[in-house]
Structure formats: C-alpha cells, structure tokens
Design a protein around this ligand. Structure first.
Ligand code: SF4
Ligand code: SF4
Length: 376
C-alpha cells in the first residue's frame, strides 16, 4: 500500500505521484500481461464534468494509461455506468479524449458471466461483466467519495461497477433496507473480481451527500495497493472514519470469520510506503447525511422506525420530470404525480439510487427526528 501527495491534476504532478506510488509495488511491469490489454476501470457513475468530482479524473486515467503504454502494454477502458451509455459518459467525463490519446479500446460491460463461489461466500450466485472476467489484467481506478448508503466509496465499492447494468439494481433489491447485507454483497463482488492493481483518485474528492451531490473537496493525494480492502482501511482512517463506521470494512471482517479470504483491514498489519496517514490525515471530512446510523440497535430501529428513518425527498422546484429516478428505483417505489415523482415510503428501501443518478440534484434527504440524535 502506498500514498503520495498530489494536490492538482497538472499532468506532471499526477505522473510523478503515480510513479512514486508504483515504485514500492515493483513498478507497473508486474501488472502488464504478455498478451492482451490492461483494463482500466474508473468510477463512471454517470456523465459529469471532471470538476464535479463524481468520476475518476481523466488526468489520473491518462497518467496510469501512459505508464502502461510506456512499459509496452496496451489499454482498454470499461465500466457499467448507472445511467447513460458508456460512450456518452466517457465523453462528458473527459475520458473519451484520454481513450483516444491512449489508443484504448472501449469495453462496455454488457454481458454477464456467473462466477464460481468459494468457501465462506454468503451469496451462491454472483455474475460479473465478461469484459472483466476475460481481461488479462485490471487496474481499478476509484474516486475517493462519501456514499449515502455505504458511507465511503473507494476501491472495494468501485468494483461493484463490474456488475452489468440493471443487475446492480437486483442487488439493491436483494439487500433491501439492510446496509450490512448490501455491504456484504459489495465485498463478495470485489472478492470475485480477483487480483487487480488499485489506484485511488483522492486529489479532489467528495464529502457530504456523495457519491454524486456532495461537496467537492481537495483531499490532495493518490493511493495505490494490490489489496482493495487494505487500501480502503487506510483511506477510511485518513478521512477520519473508524473501520466500524464503514459497512464494507465491517462486512470484510464478518466474511473473514466465515472463511472467505478477503484482504487485510487491520491497520497494524498493513505495510505502508510513502506519506503515512498522520501526515496527510484530513480532519474535517463531512460524513454523508445518512451517516453512521447503521449501528443504531435493531430493536430501537423497529420501535422508532418512523422517527429514525432517513428517506429521499424530491424537490419539485428542481425536478424536470426526466424519469431517470423512476427507471432506476430498484423497489419500484416512485411514480409521477402532478409532473413530479412521488415516493411510496412503505416500498422505499433507502438505497438512494434516485439521489445518485438524478441529473438535477433534485433528490434530498429527509431525516426523522431521532436520526439526528444517532448520526454525528
Ligand atoms: S427527481 Fe431528478 S431524476 Fe427524478 S424525475 Fe426529477 S429530475 Fe429526473
Ligand atoms: S425511492 Fe430512491 S431510495 Fe427509495 S428505493 Fe427508490 S431509488 Fe431507492
């Protein structure tokens, strides 16, 4: 695991930081296959300008792609955006130009393959995109952001994008209102992807109502690891979160106890090169509004459900009735009433996909009275 300071997206600074990260990992060469392309998997949640900090910045993709090519490798770019075609998201996010300059093939994740399930797995069926399964080598390029449902989206959560299109919605429905179940699904999916190099873009990230409508925040670092769990554990600490507050880190510990060989989350056992977290640590990172509520005792959640629930709320003044939220709602909990989507609270599972994908920022968070007491 390596950390490097990087305070801007100037090509020289990013390239220098990427080289600094790769050195303790043995350079880029071990990640370049003898034949075939290296698949770069950025965070392409939806089409957004690079400055919005929703997607991995093109300069990071560029710098990593150039390092691959300089070492004799060829590059492909792929993902399964939450909304829009891969081509349109690449164009809006500034990655189409990077793909062209890198002579990269674009691999949409549009066909699924069922994966063998190991001992300790809770889910008996996991499907990944064929492009991911067939890629001889993968470099995962997450964006460092907060996340309404899972508190943080880092290396592990970015691999959830290896599930094809609306099959992601099925996972949300499967997990229902249970954040822990969703986190367990996400970590088993990351485990199924297998070995990758992970390079996280934390130069400018997002806090608050991430992963799409939070505050754009200069964090000033890049981080790399061959273990996404180790990378997430270190970055969670760096961002001011305890492991117990991050559902995917909690789920990783549970999965390990079940016999699944997930990566390392114990900070004492993670070898770190470069700037250590104390030097780069950020003290004022705002958690998502849904915050740390997952650890409210279950009996109390049941007792005071209505007071404690955090729900999405549509701002009818901002909504343009595009219908994206309705199409993407896994619970089918939304319908248009008077030209604005209305949410059926009894069906809503609180996944906040509607907020993530709304292009207008019209979905807000409505908090029950007690939720303010339990969230920081
Ligand atoms: S809330 Fe957002 S996504 Fe839903 S219809 Fe309105 S503008 Fe579209
Ligand atoms: S209304 Fe929004 S938060 Fe509720 S289930 Fe649908 S997409 Fe998820």
């Amino acid at each position: 695991m390596a950390l490097a300071r990087c305070e801007s997206y100037s090509p020289d600074e990013v390239a220098g930081a990427v080289a600094e990260l790769l050195e303790p990992l043995g350079g880029i060469e071990p990640f370049i296959p003898a034949s075939g392309r290296v698949l770069l998997k950025p965070n392409l949640l939806k089409g957004a300008e690079p400055d919005a900090a929703v997607t991995t910045h093109p300069e990071v993709v560029h710098a990593v792609g150039r390092a691959v090519r300089a070492a004799g490798g060829a590059v492909a770019l792929g993902d399964s955006p939450g909304v829009g075609s891969l081509d349109s998201v690449l164009a809006r996010s500034g990655l189409a130009a990077a793909a062209e300059e890198l002579d990269a093939e674009v691999w949409p994740f549009d066909e699924s393959v069922a994966m063998a399930r190991p001992d300790g797995a809770r889910f008996r069926r996991i499907e990944l995109a064929r492009a991911v399964v067939d890629a001889p080598s993968i470099i995962n390029l997450p964006k460092v952001k907060t996340h309404q449902q899972l508190v943080l989206t880092l290396a592990v959560k970015n691999l959830f994008g290896c599930v094809v299109g609306r099959r992601k919605v099925t996972w949300h429905m499967h997990a229902g209102r249970d954040r822990r179940a969703m986190a367990r699904a996400v970590i088993e999916i990351a485990h199924a992807v297998g070995p990758c190099l992970h390079i996280a873009d934390g130069v400018i990230g997002m806090d608050g109502a991430g992963p799409a409508h939070g505050r754009v925040r200069p964090f000033g670092f890049l981080a790399a690891s061959t273990d996404p769990f180790a990378l997430d554990a270190v970055l969670a600490r760096l961002l001011g979160f305890e492991a117990a507050e991050v559902p995917t880190l909690v789920a990783a510990d549970e999965a390990r106890r079940d016999g699944l060989d997930v990566g390392e989350t114990d900070l004492e056992r993670i070898e770190l090169a470069g700037h250590w977290a104390d030097e780069l640590r950020l003290t004022d990172v705002q958690p998502p509004p849904m915050g740390r509520l997952m650890f409210v005792p279950a009996f109390l959640t049941n007792l005071a459900r209505r007071l404690i629930r955090i729900r999405p709320k549509i701002d009818s003044r901002t909504c343009r009735t595009c219908g994206i939220c309705i199409e993407s709602c896994p619970a089918d909990a939304m319908k248009v009433v008077d030209r604005c989507p209305e949410i059926d609270d009894t069906s809503c599972i609180g996944c906040f996909c509607c907020q993530e994908l709304c292009p207008e920022g019209a979905v807000h968070v409505k908090r029950g009275l007690l939720s303010r007491f339990f969230s920081k």
